[in-house]
Ligand binder design. Sequence first.
Ligand code: CTP
Ligand code: MN
Ligand code: MN
Length: 519
Amino acid sequence: MDSPQAVHLGPRKKRPRQMGSSGGSMPHDIRFRDLVLFILEKKMGTTRRAFLMELARRKGFRVENELSDSVTHIVAENNSASDVLEWLQLQNLRASSELQLLDISWLIDCMGAGKPVEMAGRHQLVVRRNSSLSPVSGSQSVPVPAVQKISQYACQRRTTLNNYNQLFTDAFDILAENDEFRENEGSCVAFMRAASVLKALPFPIISMKDTEGVPCLGDKVKSIIEGIIEDGESSEVKAVLNDERYKSFKLFTSVFGVGLKTAEKWFRMGFRTLSKIKSDKSLKFTHMQKAGFLYYEDLVSCVNRAEAEAVSVLVKEAVVTFLPDALVTMTGGFRRGKMTGHDVDFLITSPEATEDEEQQLLHKVTDFWRQQGLLLYCDLIESTFEKFKLPSRKVDALDHFQKCFLILKLHHGRVRGGEHGRVRGGEQSSQQEGKGWKAIRVDLVMCPYECRAFALLGWTGSRQFERDLRRYATHERKMMLDNHALYDKTKRVFLEAESEEDIFAHLGLDYIEPQERNA
Ligand code: CTP
Ligand code: MN
Ligand code: MN
């Protein structure tokens, strides 16, 4: 990688690069209006200051480019209180008693918490001499994050939704997606693993030193991290976001039923917009794609938790009508604690049902909804499950359970707060305006009772967590895991499980809660 930074470092003096307001980056909403931050450039440097300012703004903090009377919090690094006071005097601004002088460690804690944290003693600036040379004393500045050995496997990390490194993980998610569109599998996996490991870090990366000891960060990945630290954004990501192919694939695959193959075809044919595709008479669409276009606005708007809960009630009501002892569990992203998702996933199983009753349930449930006019789309796939079949070797293999991919009509009246909390997109077609319902993607999976723990683990995700569970089983335990079973190749036995905990225990792994599987 070239280093464009060097170009700017010459004679330019004292003009902090302005980010967020007039720079290239996006304006951010201010969430914490009581605080007005100013980050001191002294002993910190322009690029690091710009980076920290961008980070704080992304989290909803108001950060001023210039010092003014409105500033309430001054954040400094490697400066003592007297250093800052001295500097303030030079700016002809006297420190009022309300003005807080804080060490960078406070800002870092705020970034971690995603909101202003209380100002503890260790955050307050104190008079300190020769800070860089003196050994660490009580109130040192930057906390050195204890990087315990981080595993290369997501199933040995706890990844909550509290992502300290979104600035980086957003970048790698985009780069991975671009490689997926280009079918560069190796590079795609490398970026996905990098994003995943950064999501699990218990601290934000603010300098390259923080990446030491973190696995899954190759040279390419590190150079991108470095670029983001220096410039606040990545030139590679910018290029991808402006790339015709990426933009088209992203748009086309946002339609339910459109995969890479179709996106590729449309792109090659020269299409760049959905409206041109929709109105083209020569194109043939699958049933799935027709539904995808028909309910496009609803489906791209994502499902929120209130809607997911309402769907859950709908599913449970229908299921118990036909199989009173059935267990229905919401899986996927919502089980991991996410507040939104592209669909709602459910696993259904019954301890008492006969094979026949089990096979009939999804048919009965979908017929029931069809009669009520709630079934907007239904693709029911019969089971190809066989007992004692060895688990699949592929990390991304599809499972063999009976399942259906649906689009359901969810009436606003069924959603808690639904009549009020509705947001209507500006360009919503008039035909669907005020229709009183929303189209929601729903996945239902029916599994034999003995498989329920494996199916639950497999359908809870995240995809990266699942991939790494299988990779770990294969490479570290000589076992084979999929959504149906776990097989020990050394002992040549299938290992039974009543719960997800049992499966982790068989694999010799610490149990990871669903909320910690957001890898
Ligand atoms: N899954 C699977 N087989 C499929 C589809 C999905 O095993 N044919 C699993 C995946 O491991 C995934 C989980 O089911 O982690 C849920 O899939 P999906 O709904 O695509 O992802 P979510 O994590 O729920 O994300 P979102 O919120 O976008 O729906
Ligand atoms: Mn899902
Ligand atoms: Mn799904």
